[in-house]
Ligand binder design. Sequence first.
Ligand code: G16
Length: 544
Amino acid sequence: MDIRTVATQPYSDQKPGTSGLRKKVPVFQQPNYLENFIQSIFNSLEGYQGQTLVVGGDGRYYNRQAIQIILKMAAANGFGRTLVGKGGILSTPAASYVIRKNNAFGGIILSASHNPGGPHEDFGVKYNISNGGPAPEKVTDAIFANSKTIAEYHLLDAPDVELDQVGRFKLGEMVVEVFDSVSDYVELMQSLFDFDRIRQLLTGGQFRMCMDSLHAVTGPYAHALFEEVLGAPAGTVLNGVPLEDFGGGHPDPNLVYAHDLVEIMFGADAPDFGAASDGDGDRNMILGRNFFVTPSDSLAVLAANAKLVPGYKDGLAGIARSMPTSQAPDRVAARLGIECYETPTGWKFFGNLLDAGKATLCGEESFGTGSNHIREKDGLWAVVFWLNVLAVRQQSVEQIVKEHWQQFGRNYYSRHDYEAVDAERANKLIEGLRAKLPTLPGQKLGSYEVEYADDFSYTDPIDGSVSQKQGVRIGFTDGSRMVFRLSGTGTQGATLRLYLESYEPNIANHGLDPQVALGEMIQLADELAQIKTLTGMDKPTVIT
Ligand code: G16
């Protein structure tokens, strides 16, 4: 078999975003586009000769074709072994675990996460390092730099690998192991949670749950975990067959896109517990009967109840949350006497804190929760964590969250997304805000007084690396905040995200709709940033 060196021209748009390179499928299908990016990844790495690479994706359209190309390129570039999920499928958390468990050099995960899939929808490529987590900025910067000067790539001329059969194959000098990651993942969950107690809850006849896999990657994992191992009745997992186009849906676990589940959980005779996860299985949404748990509250509740769960019974080293996530977890950390770290948006920023043992639980407002068991957020892990807490406390989701608010106060929270905005207008909006920042502190805005106004900058406490311009934040003297930033995961125009938060210590005021509680802030944000005028939109496209 021959290694072929192919001459190529650089593309100028291969800068990885918040979580890898995400583009429409036809962009990836341009001649040499995927190959350039993969070779740029390899070119930015050192010392991988003979080492192991993990490869898999969320099963979306173009997953299989991309995997064949990546395997042939890995073989031509000198990797010794690749571990590939059966059928090309690996959830992002499972990939992180497999990298760690096998001491792999790294992994390539193919996913555009919660974005739709299909011939004209989204695809993505992300490189994870040996700790199992997304590559930090210094690596993604190097990949981008390589992509701008690339002149050739290497590919093995060989027939396609059989992806649907578990086994060991040779591709040139490289060994390809196709394996099924479901049992590994179930074992990992078993090592952290009290499966006996959860099984009692799920088989006791009193408690019903519903898990919506949105026709994405978690289907096989969820069937095995909830129905086969934990004893929940067949049919507990909805939309559990991964499809290349996610059944035409938007595999994003929020109140807008997980509408089947929302109808069930807010309908008559609703189950006690509902959950959904996203395209690649790292996000989660938690619902009780007629009750939505915001991701920020979910992190805070899990942290406050961690001692009830075997894997975390010895306490937490610290908590970490992304900057736009609400400050509810900070209150729990303060009560527990541990640190709460505030990082930029992007799971990659948690990696160093987890590796250094500074944080045990991490979470983001964008429906991501996870822990030091791997280096990615983990949708099903969050669901099992909640089940463990429910099994021990024998209360409803709503009771648990409301008691939490009684103890810690309620952080009202909402995110307003304005999707597919003209990129120039979106940048103008952010630039306009940046220009106003120096004048804001001390100013009265409605009934609020600005305490600070800045563009978030983060210095990693472990390696000292600095990440600037991570979101415009305006903090008020009563602890309320508004944050503006542009998404780094979209593939069409720009997405403006407005994050709003206010703190309410008084139990008597805990029953408001967040849009009402945050009403004045929403108004102020529009006046300050001229959102309606500059986006040309009357209202957000998605509110979570
Ligand atoms: C990715 C990142 C998350 C981030 C989210 C939203 O999640 O891993 O850390 O919070 O994108 O990012 P943005 O606001 O820039 O769109 P996922 O699930 O898409 O991989």
